[in-house]
Design a protein around this ligand. Structure first.
Ligand code: SAH
Length: 240
């Protein structure tokens, strides 16, 4: 696992102190890439004071307008959430997440996504992720401070970073996992074909697309598999 390939994504953060404290936590644990999605506060004096010297992380931060942009180059996207959801999403414990990252090839990029202080991540944002992870807590008081949650997950991954056993083979290029942008292109294509074929009623779509997202995201598609699926959809489109 290469910690430099893991980006920390903070969505809609309202308190600059949390952004600074997150930068400090990241630098302590050898992470370097911070992306803010629609931050609701300036990254100024308060954030730099709380960063306590981890200024480079704040200086080099990326800012994006949407979560989709922030994760477009990532092949594994994990949402940190204190809450279970109405449509249950595949879940990894922080330790299982660390083990999964150890097995990944060194070039794949990963995003850990953290939500807003007051409302966390919404369902649509969770459904853009392959997995959810939840830090075990007191069941009656499960919500950590945002920067503390980042600290705990970064520590968990940092402490397992050298655990990779020798001899793990790097996958062939076509067997590399597809990145989020490629998977999104497939979902748009799939939805279009399901609507044209009238399997999906755009006026009354129910939860079908969410369930299909869950199915395909769970299988962590490779580039090759995305090409096959899109080729099938194109052939079906042409037949009509
Ligand atoms: N009231 C919000 C809590 C937000 S805490 C809610 O009900 O969702 C801000 C963010 O910190 C969360 O979106 C999540 O990314 C992270 N976080 C807080 N506690 C966590 C926990 N126990 N496990 C994983 N992430 C957690």
């Amino acid at each position: 696992m290469n910690l430099q390939n893991i980006k920390i994504v903070m969505v809609g953060t309202t308190h600059p102190g949390n952004i600074g404290a997150a930068a400090r936590a990241m630098h302590n644990m050898c992470f370097s890439e911070l992306t803010l999605v629609e931050p609701q506060c300036p990254v100024g004096e308060i954030a730099y004071a709380r960063a306590s010297g981890a200024n480079a992380i704040l200086d080099n931060r990326q800012t994006c307008g949407t979560l989709g942009q922030a994760i477009s180059d990532c092949s594994l996207v994990v949402a940190a959430s204190a809450r279970r959801r109405s449509l249950s999403w595949p879940e990894l414990s922080p330790l299982e997440l660390a083990d999964k990252l150890i097995g990944m090839d060194d070039s794949s990029r990963v995003a850990l996504v953290f939500g807003r202080e007051h409302s966390g991540l919404n369902n649509e944002e969770i459904q853009m992720c392959n997995y959810m992870t939840c830090i075990p807590t007191n069941p009656d008081f499960s919500s950590l401070n945002l920067a503390s949650a980042i600290q705990v997950l970064c520590y968990e991954l940092f402490s397992r970073r050298n655990a990779k056993p020798a001899g793990i083979k790097q996958p062939e290029p076509q067997d590399l996992p597809a990145v989020s942008q490629e998977v999104d292109g497939f979902f748009e294509h799939l939805q279009r074909v399901l609507e044209i074929s009238r399997f999906l009623d755009p006026e009354n779509p129910g939860m079908i697309m969410q369930r299909l997202r869950r199915l395909y995201l769970r299988s962590e598609l490779t580039r090759n598999e995305i090409n096959i699926l899109r080729g099938m959809l194109t052939a079906l489109e042409k037949q009509r």
